[in-house]
Design a protein around this ligand. Structure first.
Ligand SMILES: NC(=O)N[C@@H](O)C(=O)O
Ligand SMILES: [Mn+2]
Length: 283
């Protein structure tokens, strides 16, 4: 459209963000702006990409199928060992009156509520209601059930637990907002970790916040692998030699040693959830 002072102006995604204050937290993860309307249903168009050391998975590429052992739940696996990872990352779309199945024996589980609410119960009868932004860690072989009344969406990480002599993990239940901000020397982003940093835990989940214009100082290359879900905002993710415009709802697999970097853009903060293996000797 030509404005009165002669500038061309396309509808800006920035405008879409302006009413983000009226939407529930993380709303855009399950209601992504897939792409500008004129690209939405362009045959064959996708921002998804799969390279040897990373994958960029956008919502129009999600393929859901019933999760075995779960009732009434559709799952979209985003990352599995077939990609080269030692963990799985999936979205679990729990319909109403649905119930989780248990992971395989020896496998630990982390769930994070992206939409709706669920009830977590365990064998000792503890009951926790988890709403958006709440999470739980379940140790390997820890009998539990996640149930819904109304539909809810979780992002789930599971991994074969890497046992350590004299260290055991326990059930963790928490919410992001209750976690303290941690020091990030040399970096500007705000960091929370959702699990204890004690040796028993062989991964952690980082929640990282960037204001528009802020970016990672270190162009990281490290042995740890990542599963990322952008919960809020938008920006540019560099992975290896590729640069990806990213928005809430997009997911990333980062193989060990892939060069990685992020810059936040737009009018609202970026927040991403990041799986990172820790506390185990890489040998
Ligand atoms: N990609 C990225 O954000 N990585 C860091 O946060 C890290 O802790 O590895
Ligand atoms: Mn990293």
């Amino acid at each position: 459209a030509l404005t009165q002072d002669g500038f061309c102006s396309a509808p800006s995604v920035l405008d879409a963000d302006s009413d983000s204050s009226t939407q529930p937290l993380y709303w855009k993860v399950t209601n992504p702006t897939l792409s500008p309307s004129h690209l939405q249903d362009l045959p064959g168009f996708t921002r998804s990409a799969y390279k040897k050391d990373h994958a960029f998975i956008t919502p129009e590429s999600h393929v859901f199928s019933p999760l075995p052992d779960w009732s009434n739940t559709l799952g979209a696996y985003l990352i599995t060992p077939a990609i080269g990872s030692h963990f799985v990352m999936y979205l679990a779309k729990m319909q109403e009156n649905s119930k989780s199945g248990l992971p395989p024996s020896g496998v630990e589980r982390f769930i994070f509520v992206v939409q709706g609410s669920v009830v977590l119960t365990n064998m000792s009868g503890n009951v926790h209601k988890l709403t958006v932004d709440s999470y739980a860690y379940l140790p390997p072989n820890f009998v539990h059930a996640v149930e819904t009344d109304a539909a809810a969406t979780l992002v789930v990480f599971e991994r074969r637990y890497s046992r350590l002599e004299n260290h055991v993990t326990e059930q963790i239940v928490g919410s992001t907002e209750k976690q303290p901000l941690l020091e990030t020397p040399g970096e500007i982003f705000e960091l929370r970790k959702l699990l204890p940093t004690s040796l028993a835990y062989d991964f952690n989940i980082h929640i990282m916040d960037f204001q528009p214009g802020e970016f990672l100082n270190v162009k990281e290359v490290h042995y740890n692998q990542h599963g990322l879900l952008l919960l809020e905002g938008q920006g540019i993710y560099r992975l290896g030699d590729s640069w990806y415009p990213i928005q809430a709802g997009d997911a990333i697999w980062m193989a060990p040693f892939v060069p990685q970097w992020y810059a936040a853009l737009g009018k609202t903060r970026s927040r991403y959830l990041l799986y990172k293996d820790v506390n185990r000797n890489p040998l």
